[in-house]
Design a protein around this ligand. Structure first.
Ligand code: NAD
Length: 441
């Protein structure tokens, strides 16, 4: 059976900011990953065609007043990839490298992730091209509020529900709710809570959301360990990125007895000077105080290449895309790459990991804990309920166990690698819905 290949040429969208347009490299990578899985399961050609282009792309340029009275212009995006399973869902990122191509790719990954873990959300993502470390807290707040205002009705509790991502957090989400609520008539403001997830618990967030992505990474490492007849308490690991995902994964692994041998972030790389490993809790405190892992007392500073070469059982990339390349994958000295970040491994990196027999828990499975607990938060907001921590953790674990089993089943039945199998499971789920619903009109 032959399929039309997914070839989305760069499109010009009315209102899209022009200075940062790029060739669609990252989005093309997602398309190629989807194509590989679609070939393996002979996916219906029309589903492949639909998923080849995002359903909607919003680009906005908006002014923000700086603390010194100047006005600066910012560019932001919201890409809504597919919503056949439910409202668009995905984080908002603040980073200088944010581009339309990157946001498209991240939105498409969300479509795959939600379908894979079988929650009723589609895929979306947003971002503002900015280095937030150059802004004051008040400037970040004004920028956030102006971005939400510019997005207007393109987000909403039953339509498109953002969440935190790189350089955004619970406080950012509280500003989104407050700004969105102000745009509604007073009688409808109660609805505003469910416009984003990842809010502070005191302002409508869910218990367990802050750690959810890291918790999911650890749950999946545990499932992998069980399959490989070892215990998490016997594992050692290294972490790239010590932000929300990386630091929570590291702290939860520490509680389970695993040993952190090295960490790296935007400030540098460190490794443990002893076999006992680094104290993940103390490191998280140090990062909170100083902004990064560099200078952590008692740790040895190392180069990036040395960091990648540290011998451990598991490497957790939890920073940005494109970190495990053909070159760095050759440096790795681990048995498993557990992808906390989105898109950390390039196709070359993947090929080297396969060739070297290093296992991969792919991003769309491994970091899905965040969107799953976001779904719980959204349900609680809409139902006026508050679940407790044990309930959240158990429900998260159940969903991840089912998803892990589905991917494993696909790996075994079709002789696929884990990434392709994860995409195949997700695409089957989406195909099923299109087969039932058909295409309007
Ligand atoms: P964050 O902003 O909290 O942390 C990002 C970390 O990456 C920081 O430690 C930063 O220093 C580090 N970093 C940035 N640039 C780097 C570089 N060039 N080299 C090394 N380290 C670098 O972000 P986060 O929310 O932890 O997100 C991390 C990754 O996880 C992203 O890929 C994100 O899309 C993905 N993710 C996040 C969530 C979530 O719930 N927050 C859910 C799923 C996936």
């Amino acid at each position: 059976m032959t399929h039309a290949s997914c070839t989305l040429e760069p499109t010009r969208i009315s209102g899209t900011p022009t200075p940062h347009e790029e060739q669609p490299r990252l989005f093309r990578r997602v398309q190629e990953q989807m194509d590989r899985a679609a070939d393996a399961i002979a996916l219906a050609p029309e589903v492949r065609k639909i998923l080849a282009s995002p359903a909607c792309e919003v680009g906005v340029n908006f002014p923000v007043r700086m603390d010194d009275g100047r006005i600066e212009m910012f560019s932001g995006y919201r890409v809504q990839h597919n919503n056949v399973l439910g409202p668009f869902k995905g984080g908002i990122r603040y980073h200088p490298d944010v581009s339309l191509d990157e946001v498209r790719a991240l939105a498409a990954w969300m479509t795959i992730k939600c379908a894979l873990v079988d929650i009723p959300f589609g895929g979306g993502k947003g971002g503002v091209q900015v280095d937030p470390s150059t802004l004051s807290r008040r400037e970040i707040e004004r920028m956030t509020r102006r971005f939400v205002y510019a997005l207007g009705a393109n987000i909403g509790p039953g339509y498109d529900v953002p969440a935190p991502d790189v350089n955004t957090d619970a406080r950012t989400m509280a500003w989104v709710v407050d700004t969105y609520a102000a745009s509604l008539p007073p009688q409808e403001r109660y609805r505003a809570l469910a416009v984003v997830t990842g809010k502070p618990v005191s302002a409508g967030g869910s218990v367990g959301r802050e750690k959810a992505t890291g918790q999911g990474v650890v749950d999946l490492i545990e499932m992998w360990a069980k399959d490989h007849r070892c215990k998490v308490s016997d594992l050692s690991y290294t972490v790239q990125g010590f932000g929300k995902v990386g630091s929570w994964a590291a702290r939860i692994l520490k509680d389970k007895g695993a040993k952190l041998f090295a960490a790296q972030d935007v400030t540098g790389a460190i490794r443990s000077s002893s076999a006992e490993g680094l104290d993940a809790d103390a490191l998280a405190e140090h990062v909170k105080k100083t902004g990064g892992v560099a200078g952590f007392p008692g740790a040895q500073p190392v180069s990036l290449d040395e960091f990648f070469g540290v011998r451990a059982d598991v490497f957790i990339p939890a920073a940005l895309e494109n970190q495990v390349t053909g070159r760095t994958a050759r440096l790795l000295n681990v048995r498993l790459v557990a992808e906390g970040a989105n898109g950390p491994t390039t196709p070359d990196g993947d090929a080297v990991l396969r060739e070297r027999g290093i296992g991969v828990l792919p991003d769309v499975l491994c970091n899905a804990g965040g969107v799953i607990v976001s779904y719980f938060e959204w349900l609680q907001n809409r139902g006026g309920a508050a679940w407790n921590a044990a309930e959240v953790d158990q429900r998260l674990r159940d969903i991840l166990e089912r998803a892990y089993a589905r991917v494993k089943g696909m790996v075994e039945s079709k002789a696929l690698d884990w990434r392709t199998a994860a995409y195949a499971v997700a695409l089957r789920r989406i195909e099923e819905v299109y087969a039932e619903r058909g295409i309007f009109p």
